[in-house]
Design a protein around this ligand. Structure first.
Ligand code: ZN
Length: 223
């Protein structure tokens, strides 16, 4: 089975549409969380992810759609969540509240979680992938997001994958990121993809929506 994997869309509709357009044919599309936050299109991104993804897990921004003030110390996150809380309708908010913390995919061979299998909000950066092995006794692969850094590694026969961020990359490459996992080989394989999108159009929309300047600056920097 070929699994299309997206994560950390962060309300960037232009990047999400570019990724969906670029992605080769897959059997299932899944999302590792953070559909909303930062960028100006939370409602459109919720609708598109609901329509296209067969499984989505809850990201930290998704969890705080109703409670943007929890991020009052972080202006970019706070402003993005405030905009989401104003733009999302009750059905969209209810869908975000219903998202599970983790899901098993591909006949329970793949674990998908936004941050860390056990520690909520913990970042698993590429250099920490080998430390994930103890959490993979029951799975052949683990998909995570949260760091916005695209990376894959095979540790002791187990695949660990962060597909990177669709809507706000932070690994130095501003292009939108996603991955395709092939579950047939043992160990499973992941192909990392990047796709250019109209960053200037998103920057203009960020300014129009009154979002902080740093939000659109980091899109061009990819950091
Ligand atoms: Zn994120």
């Amino acid at each position: 089975m070929r699994l299309g994997v997206i994560s950390d869309i962060h309300a960037n509709l232009v990047a999400l549409e570019a990724v969906l357009e670029d992605m080769p044919p897959v059997d299932r599309l899944v999302c590792a969380g953070d559909v909303i936050g930062y960028n100006p299109w939370p409602a459109e991104c919720v609708d598109l992810v609901r329509e296209r993804c067969s499984a989505t897990v809850e990201g930290n921004h998704d969890r705080n759609a109703d409670t943007p003030n929890r991020y009052s110390m972080n202006e970019m996150a706070h402003e993005g969540l405030k905009l989401a809380s104003e733009e999302l309708n009750e059905g969209q908010l209810e869908w975000l509240r219903s998202l599970p913390r983790s899901v098993d995919l591909a006949d329970d061979r793949v674990l998908m979680v936004h941050d860390h299998p056990e520690h909520v909000d913990q970042y698993v950066r590429p250099h920490s992938f080998p430390k994930m092995r103890p959490y993979l006794d029951d799975h052949d692969a683990c998909i995570l997001g949260h760091t916005h850094e695209q990376h894959e590694a095979t540790i002791d026969g187990r695949l660990i994958l962060n597909p990177g961020s669709v809507g706000q990359p932070r690994d130095g490459d501003p292009r939108a990121a996603y991955a395709v996992v092939d579950t047939a080989p043992d160990p499973m394989t992941a192909h990392l993809h990047r796709v250019e999108y109209d960053i200037a159009a998103v920057q203009a929309a960020c300014r129009e929506a009154g979002l902080p300047e740093q939000t659109d600056e980091r899109l061009a920097q990819g950091r």
